[in-house]
Design a protein around this ligand. Structure first.
Ligand SMILES: NC(=O)c1ccc[n+]([C@@H]2O[C@H](COP(=O)([O-])OP(=O)(O)OC[C@H]3O[C@@H](n4cnc5c(N)ncnc54)[C@H](O)[C@@H]3O)[C@@H](O)[C@H]2O)c1
Length: 350
């Protein structure tokens, strides 16, 4: 079988994309692009890519490239995705797909016009615990879902300050500049937590959004280091859905609080929770309340996000997890959180 040729833009998170594709025999890593030529060359050598570019437009001009993977600062996603689609490439774009709804809409329009695949890298959906939660929920184990809670609280987990500049992620100063990131913790990890809760609840239609954003702990830390920053470090949201269900979601880069991640989905037949690295099912069996720990599948036994993206390119009928069209709904809520925070009231979609 002829291998698909891929081009990867961005060598931070993008190096995980390269690693993912390198394990897929259906793919050849053909080109690497980064404005940091040294890094692009380093990874091209590691993954035996034929070409190195510092200008993504030039890389997109290469006709042989079938798909591109975009892992660049958030504000560049829209222009890069649209340029790639216009050149007839399939695209895997990092989260958040765009810094605002208008841009995300333009990306979805361009996808329809190009008749190509656009997947957003909601990578956490592919983690064993969330993959299994979704599978159990789809089997209707919970019954009617009426409430969800998702939370990711970090303590000293702010990009630039707490992540090494030599690391894979959280090293770019763009993370803390609203113009380039679209927001702080909200756009970085809030996008994952809201998306997971919403997806696990069956992607219900949004009725209203009451959101808040805070920057209380990090400003003096940025100031002390002479870093220009104008983003939130903590955000919360209560979303009401048209089916009557509610989702509460909160994230923080830095707080004087116990750090941790948890997702809880409440149904009328059972509830399921991921917390403290354990997946637990809460049920009532013959009038007795039971609590069961669920064994996770090994990561190796599951499809990776990269494998999934390649499969949806090759199999026209395969349903995509986290398509651009689906993730547009997530950006709609993120935009509404910002609007609600500013207006100090809820935003209604009814
Ligand atoms: N899915 C996940 O869990 C996950 C995790 C981390 C980051 N991300 C996302 O990945 C994206 C990149 O984040 P990161 O942590 O790698 O950031 P980063 O700043 O470490 O890396 C971005 C890379 O893009 C390059 N770049 C900037 N402008 C460019 C241009 N015009 N052309 C080509 N290359 C350019 C930079 O030189 C840098 O190497 C962001 O959207 C982020 O939200 C997703």
């Amino acid at each position: 079988m002829k291998k698909l040729k891929g081009g990867i833009i961005g060598t931070g998170m993008g190096r995980l994309h390269m690693d993912g594709y390198s394990k897929d025999r259906r793919v050849e890593i053909f080109a690497i692009c980064d404005i940091n030529r040294k890094e692009a060359e380093e990874f091209a050598k590691k993954y035996k890519a034929s070409y190195v570019f510092t200008d993504y437009e030039k890389m997109l001009d290469v006709e042989e490239i079938d798909f591109v993977s975009i892992a660049t600062p958030n504000y560049l996603h829209t222009r890069m995705v649209i340029a790639a689609l216009k050149r007839g490439k399939h695209v895997l774009c990092e989260k958040p797909m765009a810094i605002n709804l208008k841009d995300a809409q333009a990306m979805v329009e361009a996808t329809k016009k190009a008749k190509k695949r656009l997947m957003v890298h909601m990578s956490m959906r592919f983690l064993p615990q969330f993959y299994l939660m979704k599978k159990l929920i789809d089997k209707d184990i919970l019954g009617k879902i009426y409430y969800g809670k998702s939370s990711w609280i970090r303590r000293r987990g702010t990009p630039i300050i707490d992540f090494p500049s030599t690391g894979i992620m959280g090293r770019g100063d763009w993370f803390v500049q609203k113009e380039k990131s679209g927001g702080g913790a909200l756009m970085d990890i809030g996008v994952h937590m809201y998306d997971l809760g919403w997806w696990l609840m069956g992607s219900p239609e949004v009725a209203s959004v009451l959101g808040s954003m805070f920057a209380e702990v990090t400003p003096p830390r940025f100031e002390k280091r002479g870093i220009y920053a104008n983003v939130d470090e903590l955000s919360t949201v209560l979303v009401k859905f048209k089916n009557g269900a509610n989702l509460f979601s909160e994230v923080s880069w830095d707080a004087h609080m116990e750090p941790g991640m948890s997702i809880q989905i409440f149904g009328d037949k059972a509830g399921i929770r991921w917390q403290d690295s354990c997946l637990t099912l809460f049920r009532e069996e013959e009038g007795i309340s039971t609590t069961t720990s669920i064994q996770l599948p090994s990561e190796d036994s599951l499809e990776t996000s990269y494998h999934h993206f390649v499969s949806v390119i090759l199999e026209a009928d395969k349903k995509m997890i986290a398509s651009g069209e689906e993730c547009l709904e997530v950006i709609k809520v993120l935009d509404a959180i910002k609007e609600s925070n500013q207006a100090k009231q809820s935003i209604n979609f009814c």
